[in-house]
Design a protein around this ligand. Structure first.
Ligand code: NAP
Length: 294
C-alpha cells in the first residue's frame, strides 16, 4: 500500500463549493502513478479539496503558508479575488485577469494561469491557419477571459465575445484592452452576422451542462451558418458530448469538449509544483472512468 507519511507534501484546490471538483481525482491518480513508477512505498505528494469561504480567503492563505503547502489550484469564486493576496502574479495571469494555479516560492505565493495552456492543448494539433481565423466566444465570464487570451496567443484575425449584459461586455472589453487585446463584443442577436465568418466557436457558458442536457447555446439552424471547416469547442465536460457538440458532429464540424482542457490545465499546474510532467493518460483515464461510471 502506498501511504501518506509525515514527509508527504500538500497540494490542493480551493473553491467554494469544492465537493464537485474533479481535480483531486485526476491529480491523486497521477501522484499515485508517480509513486509506483519511482518505487516509493509512500506518497511524496497528496492533493486535497479545500472549501474556503470568500470571507476567509486571506486567513486561509496564511494558514496554507505556515503549514508548508507546496501549491494549489484556485476555482470559483476565488480566481480574481485571490490576486491582491499573492506576492507575484505571472504575466499570463495578469493578461487573463485570473489565477488558477498558485506555487510556493521562497518570497511568497506566485499566482499563474494554466487555463490558457489547457484550452490550447486540443486546438494546436489541428494546425489551422489561426491568423486568418475569426473566433466567436459565447459568454463573457471567467473562462471566457482565458479563452480570449488563448485566441490572442493564436493570433486570431478577430476575437468576438457574445453576451447578454452590455455592462459586463464593456468591462471585459476594457480589461483585455489594458493588456493589448482587441475584443469585439456583441449581444446574442448579432449571431446571424457573426456565424458565417467564425471558424472557431467556443461555448464558455454553462448552457447544456448536466443536468440541462437538452439545452444548447446554438441550434442546428445556427450551426448550418458556420463555415464547413469550423471548429466548435464546448468547455463543458458533463455530459459528453453536450447537445451542442452532438449537433456539430451531425453537421460534420470538428467538435471538441472540455475534458482535455481540464486535463492539460491540471498537468501544467502539476508540472509547476513538482518540476516534471504527470502521466496525461493516467489523468485522462481516471476522469473518463469516473464520468462514465454506472
Ligand atoms: P462564469 O464566470 O459564471 O461565466 C458564465 C458565462 O455564461 C457568463 O458570461 C454568463 O452570462 C453566461 N451565461 C450563463 N448562463 C447563461 C444563459 N442562460 N444564457 C446566456 N448566457 C449565460 O463561469 P465560468 O467560470 O466562465 O465557466 C463557464 C463554463 O465553462 C462552465 O460550464 C464551466 O464548467 C466551464 N469551464 C470548463 C473548464 C475546463 O477546464 N473544461 C474550465 C473553466 C470553465 P452573464 O455574465 O450575463 O451572467
Amino acid at each position: 500500500m502506498i501511504t501518506i507519511t509525515g514527509n508527504t507534501k500538500l497540494l490542493g484546490v480551493m473553491g467554494c463549493p469544492i465537493k464537485h471538483s474533479l481535480s483531486p481525482l485526476m491529480h491523486n491518480a497521477a501522484l499515485q502513478e508517480r509513486a509506483v513508477r519511482l518505487g516509493h512505498s509512500f506518497l511524496e505528494y497528496v492533493y486535497l479539496p479545500l472549501n474556503i469561504d470568500p470571507s476567509s480567503l486571506e486567513v486561509a492563505l496564511s494558514g496554507l503558508w505556515v503549514t508548508d503547502w507546496q501549491g494549489f489550484n484556485v476555482t470559483i469564486p476565488h480566481k480574481q479575488a485571490i490576486i491582491p493576496y499573492l506576492q507575484t502574479i505571472s504575466p499570463l495571469a495578469q493578461a487573463v485577469g485570473a489565477v488558477n494555479t498558485v506555487v510556493r516560492q521562497a518570497e511568497g505565493w506566485m499566482g499563474t494561469n494554466t487555463d490558457v495552456q489547457g484550452f490550447l492543448a486540443p486546438l494546436l494539433p489541428l494546425n489551422r491557419p489561426w491568423h486568418s481565423i475569426e473566433a466567436c466566444i459565447l459568454g463573457n465570464g471567467g473562462a471566457a477571459r482565458a479563452v480570449i487570451a488563448a485566441c490572442a496567443q493564436l493570433g486570431c484575425a478577430a476575437i468576438h465575445a457574445v453576451g447578454r449584459d452590455l455592462d459586463k461586455l464593456r468591462s471585459l472589453q476594457s480589461d483585455v484592452a489594458a493588456v493589448g487585446i482587441t475584443l469585439q463584443t456583441h449581444q446574442w442577436d448579432a449571431l446571424p452576422s457573426l456565424l458565417p465568418r467564425s471558424e472557431l466557436v467556443v461555448n464558455t457558458t454553462p448552457i447544456g451542462m448536466h443536468p440541462h442536457r437538452d439545452a444548447t447555446p446554438l441550434e442546428q439552424s445556427d450551426l448550418v451558418q458556420l463555415p464547413t471547416q469550423a471548429v466548435v469547442y464546448d468547455l463543458i465536460y458533463t455530459p459528453r458530448p453536450t447537445r451542442l457538440l452532438e449537433l456539430s458532429a451531425q453537421r460534420g464540424l470538428v467538435a471538441i469538449d472540455g475534458l482535455d482542457m481540464l486535463v492539460f490545465q491540471g498537468a501544467a499546474a502539476y508540472e509547476q509544483w513538482i518540476g516534471e510532467p504527470p502521466s496525461i493518460p493516467v489523468m485522462q483515464q481516471a476522469l473518463e472512468a469516473y464520468l462514465t461510471r454506472p
